[in-house]
Design a binder for this molecule. Structure first.
Ligand code: NAD
Length: 540
């Protein structure tokens, strides 16, 4: 029995607020509980948008939108989807970073599940406390590396909540399928531990065996309680991120967006840029600044792409070079973390990026270091002297961390750089020409990949699926966008992008024998029909 009366008004998935009709008010025991005037969804949406606009700053807008989501999900998604370019920065980066920092202070009601070390031995039981059955999509963080903000412990909950909202807004995954989880194993952030409003466990992070055993129990519990769920690892510190991905990616459908989603969006940008430069993937030389989750993830996917096109793996790896905080990653170094080793080539050690550019002559420079202003004028000028159309991606977030600005990239390359960034930059007028920087936002990739995995009930999420997603995204960039230097489609096309990616991913799952669902006659049509649309149902 669906709830009636006041209980109906507090269920965000069913509530229509002032849009309940006269008939519904009679049938559902709502008379008197609502003001008399009946509004349409469109009228409610424009009123909510006006309320967002009245809020004085981004954090206040975030708080308003979160409350709206907790009250009426259809209305929330109507507003978000109809104003996607304005809303994404409010419900996700950069505002979500600030919201996480203040999560303790702005915390009002629970959204998502907190699992803590105290739940050891009974994680499955705690998962069963979630009021909705049949969860299909979980985003989980342990809060150790929230965006560029570091260890925020339990405050990281804003990230899985925000990511799952994007799944619904951008790919139509039904909100009732989604579950945000924060695993609280403590925090090493002393300011939080000492502060008065921190909401998490007040202890240092568990590590080593204790941590691994907890994660193992968690994964087992997810597989038992929600056997059809896709598990997305999000914002784990990089010592755990690579290990967990390796340990679990074949045990249940799971992926890490920071590694694999970033890889696909960046590779798609490179593929689209090649439509301008006329080059092929095989003749690129990529130089990365930063050898963490993002950088090595992108290189790994480049290698997968190049080898699927016939290149040998060693040769493909030899086309990817890294400079990390200590200099060029080369064989003679003894301080390299495991994930960097495949890219430690036999070459003289060079201490700086400028020397590496001069010696290696890359076709593309990709910044994933979190270090602002490291693509200096001489470095960009050097890239422009080596390449007719140098690819310069400054992917570090937020905007203040970008390796260079859009304006600098265009000015220092005499308008020839093909530039993309992690955070948005305004378009630039240079020597009478309009340049529109592309934003390599992961939301072009993960919602579509997730939707495709859900639709096909794939047993695994593979690199081949991310490659299919990257190719699909690169193909969707219009020639008109490329003329302006923009290597990603407009965000307003995100539902179409996600549907196309989901279709490619599901097709891959069926072709590779990983799908558990039977293959529908028309994959795209089948997926489209299941996408959540923010419209009200009629109750009476
Ligand atoms: P990470 O912590 O795993 O890796 C950071 C890497 O940068 C490490 O290898 C570190 O050694 C290196 N580094 C630090 N200081 C350096 C310096 N001065 N010079 C050279 N290298 C230096 O982080 P990550 O997940 O790889 O993310 C890195 C950056 O990429 C972040 O700023 C993040 O915002 C950005 N990112 C962007 C996107 C996107 O655009 N879609 C997606 C994910 C991450």
């Amino acid at each position: 029995m669906p709830p009636r009366g006041a209980a109906l008004l507090t269920d965000p998935l069913l509530n229509k607020g002032t849009a309940f009709t006269e008939r519904e008010r009679d049938a559902l025991g709502l008379r008197g509980l609502l003001p008399p005037r009946i509004f349409t969804l469109e009228e409610q949406a424009s009123r909510s948008l006006a309320a967002v606009h009245r809020k004085p700053d981004a954090l206040e807008k975030y708080i308003y939108l979160t409350n709206l989501q907790n009250r009426n999900e259809v209305l929330f998604y109507r507003v978000v989807m109809d104003h996607i370019e304005e809303m994404v920065p409010l419900i996700y980066t950069p505002t979500v970073g600030q919201a996480c920092l203040e999560y303790g202070a702005i915390y009002r009601r629970p959204r998502g599940l907190f699992l803590t070390l105290r739940d050891k031995g009974r994680i499955a039981e705690v998962l069963r406390h979630w009021p909705v059955q049949g969860i299909r999509l979980i985003v989980v963080t342990d809060g150790e590396r929230i965006l560029g903000l570091g260890d925020l412990g339990a405050l990281g909950m804003g990230i899985p909540v925000g990511k799952l909202s994007l799944y619904t807004a951008c790919a139509g995954v039904h909100p009732s399928y989604t579950l945000p989880i924060t695993i609280d194993v403590g925090t090493d952030n002393q300011d939080l531990l000492d502060g008065p409003v921190y909401i998490g466990l007040r202890q240092k992070r568990a590590r080593g065996e204790e941590y691994d055993a907890f994660i193992e129990e968690f994964v087992e519990a997810v597989a038992t309680v929600f056997p059809k769920a896709l598990l997305q690892w999000e914002d784990f510190g990089n010592t755990n991120a690579f290990r967990l991905l390796g340990a679990y990616q074949q045990r249940l459908p799971s992926f890490n967006d920071d590694i694999q989603g970033t890889a696909a969006v960046a590779l798609a940008g490179v593929m689209a840029a090649l439509r301008v430069t006329g080059g092929t993937l095989a003749d690129q030389k990529l130089l990365f600044l930063g050898a963490g989750e993002a950088g090595t993830g992108i290189a790994d996917l480049y290698v997968a792409a190049a080898t699927s096109a016939g290149m040998g793996e060693a040769e493909a790896r030899a086309r990817c070079w890294f400079v990390d905080s200590k200099g060029l990653v080369v064989q003679s170094r003894t301080d390299l973390a495991h994930h960097k080793l495949p890219y430690a080539h036999a070459h003289e050690y060079l201490p700086s990026l400028a020397e590496a550019v001069a010696a290696l002559k890359p076709t593309a420079l990709i910044g994933v270091s979190g270090m602002p202003q490291t693509f200096t004028q001489p470095i960009v000028e050097q890239m422009a002297s080596l390449n007719q159309r140098p690819i310069v991606f400054a992917l570090s977030n937020p905007t203040s961390k970008a390796e260079c600005t859009a304006e600098q990239a265009y000015a220092w390359s005499d308008g020839r750089a093909i530039f993309a960034s992690g955070s948005p930059f305004a378009e630039v007028e240079f020597k009478g020409r309009r340049h529109v920087p592309g934003q390599g936002n992961n939301i072009y990739i993960f919602p579509g990949v997730g939707l495709g995995v859900l639709a096909s009930e794939s047993r695994e999420v593979t690199d081949a699926m991310f490659l299919a997603a990257a190719r699909t995204l690169a193909d969707m960039v219009d020639p008109a966008d490329l003329d302006l230097g923009r290597v990603y489609p407009a965000l307003t096309r995100i539902r179409e992008v996600s549907l196309r990616i989901a279709t490619a991913v599901a097709a891959n799952a069926h072709d590779s024998g990983l799908a558990r669902a039977s293959r529908p006659e028309d994959l795209a049509q089948d997926i489209r029909a299941r996408m959540f649309e923010p419209v009200y149902r009629e109750y009476a």
